[in-house]
Design a protein around this ligand. Structure first.
Ligand code: TK8
Length: 355
């Protein structure tokens, strides 16, 4: 009897296992037939693209922004979309100083900033702020793409920032709403916005103006409301930011040549593989070439556009410019030590060699 029971139990258990009726749910699905259809293999889950934001203070037509878009195109293409580069305009992510600070802290990936307002971090960049030190675009390229540019860029080491590329902001020209400025004497008493940079401040003081530093995004309104009389920026910016709507005089002084530097946060840079670093560097350089070419074309073409829009353009002979050059000479001695005499000499030699 006992044996019979044991056999019964085994039979029942086997039946339970075969039919899958062990489930407490009587409606449970029967065991799948042996030959079940192969389900289409699900794709390996893709890592979401890493977002890289680029901050710009200028608008979407400006060569600095267009350079960023070119960087976006190349990086996304070469990495098969592993990165999603997003270019922001109009200081939406902050003006130069704030955006650079954010990049430095690792809260933002990339900024395209003027070097001038961030020289407190890396004084070597102040060499660009010395008036009339860069004589031509060709000389600028020789600096940017040669050993002097590398040396200046390396002054950012250990500061949380890495220079990806030298874009061109360009030769700065003076605008105002009061009168045609033909000599330093015409500048007397004019309230001129400058970038937040000690050399620019000192130079405009030496010229007899009343310099007022402020972030770029506040400049248009300040001119419109006449809290300042004028400002200075390269022709592409004067035209594209529509400064001609609130300024009627432009003097082609070209007193300072400024780079727009593309800086990436060390935090991100140190995370990148060697392969991605190379892609970023090549994309940055390609985008810089496009930026410089576009900027140079606009700098030529837009002088006529400014005239068409009612601006009076003052041009200078070399002799007339020399009056301005002589007036700002004291800033060379004043800032020589801070920048480094050797660097200034190397810079000047590279400029001369490029002539
Ligand atoms: C834009 C600035 C601008 C600069 C200035 O963010 O502040 O006047 O020339 O181009 O970098």
């Amino acid at each position: 009897m006992k044996r019979l029971l044991a056999i019964l139990l085994v039979v029942m258990m086997t039946a339970v296992l075969l039919t899958g009726c062990l489930s407490s749910n009587p409606a449970a699905a029967p065991v799948q037939p042996e030959e079940k259809k192969e389900e289409p293999k699900a794709e390996a889950p893709k890592e979401p693209a890493k977002i890289i934001k680029i901050s710009n203070g200028v608008n979407e037509q400006h060569p600095a922004f267009l350079g960023g878009k070119e960087f976006e195109r190349i990086v996304e293409e070469k990495t098969g979309g592993r990165y999603d580069v997003q270019v922001y305009a109009n200081a939406q992510l902050g003006d130069d100083v704030k955006a650079t600070q954010d990049v430095r802290m690792g809260n933002l990936e990339i900024v395209v900033t003027s070097a001038s307002p961030i020289t407190g971090l890396a004084p070597a960049f102040m060499v660009f702020d010395l008036p009339f030190i860069v004589s031509s675009e060709k000389a600028a390229d020789a600096i940017f793409d040669g050993p002097v540019g590398k040396k200046i860029a390396s002054s950012l080491d250990g500061k949380g920032l890495h220079l990806l590329a030298y874009y061109e902001n360009g030769f700065r020209q003076l605008t105002n709403s009061k009168r045609a400025v033909k000599t330093p004497a015409d500048l007397k008493g004019l309230k001129i916005r400058t970038m937040e940079n000690p050399i620019h401040l000192a130079a405009f003081k030496a010229l007899g103006a009343n310099p007022t530093p402020m972030p770029f995004s506040e400049v248009f309104t300040a001119m419109q409301q006449h809290t300042i009389d004028g400002q200075e920026n390269p022709i592409p910016t004067i035209y594209l930011q529509k400064f001609f709507e609130v300024q009627n005089h432009v003097s082609l002084t070209g007193h300072v040549y400024g780079p727009h530097i593309m800086l990436i946060s060390d935090k991100l840079w140190n995370e990148l593989s060697a392969e991605d670093k190379k892609i970023f560097e090549e994309a940055a350089y390609e985008s810089a070439l496009l930026n410089r070419e576009t900027n140079r074309k606009m700098a030529k073409d837009y002088v006529a556009e400014l005239k068409k829009n009612g601006m009076e353009v003052t041009e200078f002979t070399p002799e007339q410019l020399k009056v301005f050059q002589d007036a700002v000479q004291p800033v060379y001695t004043e800032f020589e030590e801070k920048i480094g005499k050797d660097l200034i000499n190397e810079f000047k030699a590279a400029v001369e060699a490029a002539q």
